[in-house]
Each structure stands twice: as structure tokens, then as C-alpha cells.
Design a protein around this ligand. Sequence first.
Ligand SMILES: Nc1ncnc2c1ncn2[C@@H]1O[C@H](COP(=O)(O)OP(=O)(O)OP(=O)(O)O)[C@@H](O)[C@H]1O
Length: 205
Amino acid sequence: MQIAVEGLGKKFNREWIFRNLSIAFEKGKHCAITGGNGSGKSTFLQVLCGYIPASEGKVTYTFNNKPVPTELVYQHFDISTPYLELIEEFTLREFLTFHFKFKKLKVGLTINDFVELVYLQNSAEKPIRNFSSGMKQRLKLGLCFYSQSEICLLDEPTTNLDTAGIAWYRKSVEPILEDKLVLVSSNQKHEYEFCTESLHIPDFK
Ligand SMILES: Nc1ncnc2c1ncn2[C@@H]1O[C@H](COP(=O)(O)OP(=O)(O)OP(=O)(O)O)[C@@H](O)[C@H]1O
């Protein structure tokens, strides 16, 4: 699996957020996307996965040596970002049942296993609108960790997590590193210590 980024640029109105950005992401080479607040880390991740269009350049995805059309790329990744909306009216169990009709849960896991892995076993029948921000964050991360997708995009993964939650994140991300390509947009080293590569967005102004 490979994601090739060539001459990528994104501007909002007349302001270039990044430009002339070329890089290749490959399985096993987990990458930290770094830069200060407002430098364009989230924007880069969203362009990468096709949520918002590039202003110039292109992103090409290859799986099993075959190119994947942009409109089908979503089948291969999960993204956790502060902007991601959950369906607040659903209970956790209803939400997971719905979500895993479209995405595949990791082989061997059940929805009950998932709920335990994200430490939400006492909240399976609770509406998501009543979750705390840390509970929602563990849910978002779990959706990335425990799916069959090959790519895991994590935007500020420990946002809203307390010390125990951060320890949970660090422990939970380790086992997925063998199966998935993980890209982490972050300013905090403890979120991306496992990464072997880095991309500093301000270098592409
Ligand atoms: N939809 C939009 N329209 C106009 N400007 C935008 C839009 N989305 C982001 N921006 C601008 O693009 C720049 C980069 O924002 P982005 O959220 O990608 O930064 P970031 O590096 O992820 O920041 P942070 O670390 O604070 O989360 C900012 O100046 C932001 O105001």
C-alpha cells in the first residue's frame, strides 16, 4: 500500500496553507505531521483522504499494486479528528451497529469486545450526547484502531484525554502498528513517539 503525494498545494481564499508538497507514505513507515497551531496539519490530512479538494497537485493511492479511484479511497482508511461528528442521538451500541455496517470490525472482535477495549462497558446503552469529551475521544480512536482499514489518520489523538486516557492511547496504538499505516497530526511528542518519519508542514509554505 502506498500514498503518493505530488506537488500538493491548498489555499483558502488567497492564502496558501501549504504548497509544492511531495512525499510518499508506505506501510510500516508511520509518520508524524508536525507544525504549530494553524500551520495546516489538519488541512493536509483532510486533503490527503479526499475530504476537501486540493488546490493543486495530486494524491495517488495504490493498494495491492492497483491504483484506487479517489471516490473509493474512504474504504481503506479511518480518521479521528476533533471535527468528526458522532451521531449523538444513538446509544453507543446503536452507533456501533450502524457504523460497522459500512466499515469492517477487526477480525475476531465483537461489538462487546470493542466496547470493553475503549473502556465504555458501562455506557453501551447510553446516548452518545451524554458522553464526556474524553469518552467521545476514546470512541473515535477505537473506530480507527479496531477496524480492518489499512490506514489510520489521527488528528491530535489525545485531545480531551486525561492522564489515564493518554496511557490508554499509547498502549492501544502499539498493536496496530504492524497492520496499519498510521499518520499522526500533532504538536505533542507523546502522541507520535512511535513514528519513524516526519513531515513538517511549515516547510511547505
Ligand atoms: N474552511 C476553511 N476556510 C478558510 N480557512 C481555513 C479553513 N480551514 C482551515 N483554514 C485555515 O487554514 C489554516 C490551517 O488550519 P489547520 O486547522 O489545518 O491548522 P492545524 O495545523 O491543524 O492547527 P491546530 O494545531 O491549531 O489544530 C488556518 O489559518 C485556518 O484558519
